[in-house]
Design a protein around this ligand. Structure first.
Ligand SMILES: [Fe+2]
Length: 320
């Protein structure tokens, strides 16, 4: 099997730009995932985010996780557990309006570091969307514009820890799924592995790499590209030793953004047809909330049959 795609973003500034763009294109078409190095986010900031996340887990989350495990009797499981993940999480929202000041139990330095980190990731996500536009032959800013809706994109972070699990063959850290949204940027533990993606019917490890950002494409990019790029199924295998940190940031369309295949890509596709539906992003997320761990195709089908003119606003914070 080919090596997992690693993109050196520094090379986008020199004579190796065409080759690097080609690598991104190949990764989008054949993996749905790639890993970025030299992305411009300072290592000191990443070190701080990692340290504070691990401290926060110990201080606020660990006991809560142990209580959850005890209340569900997970340690005594004798057969596969398919309704819960071996995962401790909390969510932060950055856009359209930040909720970081309201999230309980965060120390000031942690709030500040996460705000700064989110701002860098937001810029990186927007830069990536334009690189995708370039590779797709779409005008610069096209994807950002589609994501905008009336209030701008939704951007949020799911902070997860996957503590050591005594029965990783019976309980998944996170069950297989594709991500519903746009583009996802992940700062994962550089020592404790566990993230796997499904490629050609085989589970492949996403290798831990210090200071890298793992990128994957969500269902919305599959729709907008009319299937040229695909959202790829992935999962987390909890480890028997080591606590895996995972900070996933979701750059998604705004709630009322209308999502549909880019007409230029429909015209250019070999079958010359539109395979994917047109819908309001929030309607898709409401559907996803109940079907996250099921295949995406029935979701696309179900949304096709829904009322297309309904613009729904509000609802739960849904970006994961
Ligand atoms: Fe995911």
């Amino acid at each position: 099997m080919e090596a997992f795609p690693v993109i050196d973003m520094e090379k986008l500034n020199g004579e190796e730009r065409p080759m690097t763009m080609e690598m991104i294109k190949d990764a989008c078409e054949n993996w749905g995932f790639f890993e970025l190095v030299n992305h411009g986010i300072p290592h000191e900031l990443m070190d701080m985010v990692e340290r504070l996340t691990k401290e926060h887990y110990k201080r606020c989350m660990e006991q809560r996780f142990k209580d959850m495990v005890a209340s569900k009797g997970l340690v005594a499981a004798q057969s596969e557990v398919d309704d819960v993940d071996w995962e401790s999480t909390f969510f932060l929202r950055h856009l359209p309006v930040s909720n970081i000041s309201d999230v309980p139990d965060l120390q000031d330095d942690y709030r500040k570091a996460m705000k700064e980190f989110a701002l860098k990731l937001e810029k990186l996500a927007e830069q990536l969307l334009d690189l995708l536009c370039e590779n797709l032959g779409l005008e610069k800013g096209y994807l950002k514009k589609v994501f905008h809706g009336s209030e701008g994109p939704t951007f949020g972070t799911k902070v997860s820890n996957y503590p050591p699990c005594p029965k990783p063959n019976l309980i998944k850290g996170l069950r297989p799924h594709t991500d519903a949204g746009g583009i996802i940027l992940l700062f994962q533990d550089d020592k404790v592995s566990g993230l796997q993606l499904l490629k050609d019917g085989q589970w492949v490890d996403v290798p831990p790499m210090p200071y890298s950002i793992v990128v994957n494409l969500g269902d919305q990019l599959e729709v907008i590209t009319n299937g040229k790029y695909k959202s790829i199924e992935h999962r987390v295998i909890a480890q028997t030793d080591g606590n895996r940190m995972s900070i996933a940031s979701f750059y998604n369309p705004g709630n009322d953004a209308i999502i549909y295949p880019a007409p230029e890509l429909v015209e250019r596709s070999e079958e010359n047809g539109q395979e994917y539906p047109k819908f309001v992003f929030d309607d898709y997320m409401k559907l996803y909330a109940g079907l996250k761990f099921q295949a995406k195709e029935p979701r696309f089908k179900a949304i096709k049959t829904m009322e297309k003119s309904t613009v729904s606003l509000g609802g739960p914070i849904a970006f994961a």
